[in-house]
Each structure stands twice: as C-alpha cells, then as structure tokens.
Design a protein around this ligand. Structure first.
Ligand SMILES: C[S@@+](CC[C@H](N)C(=O)[O-])C[C@H]1O[C@@H](n2cnc3c(N)ncnc32)[C@H](O)[C@@H]1O
Length: 250
C-alpha cells in the first residue's frame, strides 16, 4: 500500500477510503518536553530499536503490560464498529490488538502521534490492510472534527506531559468523541502507602519522568474541563495503586 502524504483540509482530516493511509495532517512542532525529557525513549532514531520489545515494555510496567492493555481493550469491547481513536503510539502490541477488534467490527482506527519515527514504527507493526490511518498531530491540538469518534483510548501519555499539555490533551479527547462515546485512559497513579514499589518507582520517575508524579498527587479529573471535572468517572486501580484506568463517558 502506498503511503500518501496529504495536507489538512480546513475542516480537518476526513475518513479515508483506503486502508492504512498515512496522512501528515499538520506541521506542529515537536513539543519541547519530548525533546528535553524523552529524546532517549521516543525521539532519537535508536529509541525504537531499543524500546520496541514486548518484554521491555512489560518490564517497564513491572510485568503489568498485558493486564493493563487487556483492561483497556476490555472496556472498548471485542468488536469495534464506527470510528476509534488512539492518541499516541505505544511500544508493544496494544495497537495491533486494538486494530484486530476494529477490523472485526468493520470499523476504522485513527492513531495520532507527533513523532514520524513512532508512526513509521507502528506502521511496520500493523498488517498492510489494517483499517487504520496514522496521523501526525499534536494531542493538544487535534486537527479532527468535533464529536466524530465513537471511542478513544490513551495509554500512558498523560504522565509524560506538563500540566498545560495534559489539560489540552484531555479537552481535545472530549471534544472529538461523540456524546455517548467512551474515552479509556490508562496511566500512573499514586501507589498505596503499603506498596514497597513506591520508593523505587518514585526515584525512577523523579530522575526520568519529571511530570509523572503529578498523577501521584492529583486525580485525572483535575485536568478535565468542566463539567467533566465535576463528575465521577469509572475508575479502577492496579498493582497496589501504581496504575489506574479511568473511563470518561462522553
Ligand atoms: C503513549 S506515550 C508512552 C507509552 C508507553 N510508555 C509505551 O510503552 O510506549 C509515548 C508516545 O506519545 C507520543 N507523544 C508524546 N507527546 C505527544 C503529543 N503532544 N502529541 C502526540 N503524541 C505525543 C510520543 O511520540 C510517543 O510515541
């Protein structure tokens, strides 16, 4: 399948007839937090070579990758008709599994990421005829129309973003999902007081992931726009509080 590089229309990206078409939807700059704090994990050309390993993604999550992935997919459902959005690529097999569910439902999947190297890597992981589009966009400024997705998923992005980005990313997700749709977010949370991992993890996050501990101190509601910030959302905790899943019903 040919890769097509298209310019954005003024109304944003529209559904495509072709499977696995790559759309360069905008020329947003790479956010400085990625260049400064995450160059080693995502930006550097060697990052993909080092980190695109299922066992390593699992080790980084203390052996919880499959559990968290499956928990997120479970809430979306086994067969996904309509339009599904994934915000930010993920190392490992989350997206290939998501894509299978979308294909089973005859739906379409859009995956957004700001880094071309991550989108190209994802492209290699997906089957050629996967019903998926890879869109280069900033999560905080999606060039996507309002209320056009049936559901969205975001796996471990919020903790990497400074607060103002985090707020805009959540607001954008809420904007593009249809009323009645579902947004599934999986990320770090505050470990329980009795969980010994909190000491090691706290030190690792302080050294490598400067914004992650915001999720130890505040609920994800903190960064939602009103009225979502005032609502109670379904919430599940994993691994002694180290991880959380939250479901926003749009
Ligand atoms: C989802 S997060 C972390 C995922 C997880 N740690 C893993 O195992 O891959 C990583 C991805 O987010 C993307 N990303 C970070 N900030 C972004 C932004 N503002 N807009 C779109 N993508 C972004 C990075 O390019 C990277 O591909």
């Amino acid at each position: 399948m040919e890769s097509v590089i298209a310019s954005p229309s003024s109304t944003g990206v529209t559904p495509s007839d072709s499977p696995l078409v790559e759309v360069s939807a905008d020329d947003s700059a790479i956010p400085s937090y990625l260049d400064v704090h995450y160059w080693w994990a995502y930006v550097h050309p060697n990052a993909v070579r080092v980190f695109e390993r299922q066992w390593l993604a699992n080790a980084i999550l203390w052996g919880n990758y499959a559990r968290l992935r499956d928990a997120a997919l479970f809430d979306l459902g086994p067969s996904l008709p309509g339009r599904t959005l994934q915000v930010a690529c993920v190392y490992g097999d989350l997206t290939t599994r998501l894509c299978r569910r979308v294909a089973a439902g005859g739906g379409e999947l859009d995956i957004v990421d700001i880094l071309p190297v991550q989108l190209s890597n994802l492209r290699k992981k997906l089957p050629v005829h996967a019903p998926a589009r890879l869109l280069r966009m900033d999560s905080a400024d999606l060039k996507l129309a309002d209320e056009t997705y049936d559901r969205a998923i975001m796996f471990f992005l919020l903790h990497e973003q400074p607060e103002s980005y985090r707020e805009r990313t959540i607001a954008e997700l809420i904007r593009v999902v249809k009323p009645g749709g579902k947004i599934v977010i999986v990320d770090y949370a505050r470990p329980r007081w009795w969980n010994p991992i909190r000491y090691v993890l706290g030190a690792v996050l302080a050294a490598l992931e400067p914004f992650a501990r915001d999720l130890w101190h505040d609920d994800i509601n903190t960064w939602m726009p009103k009225p979502w910030s005032e609502r109670k959302h379904d919430h599940e905790s994993f691994f002694g509080g180290v991880y959380q899943k939250i479901i926003i019903k749009r």
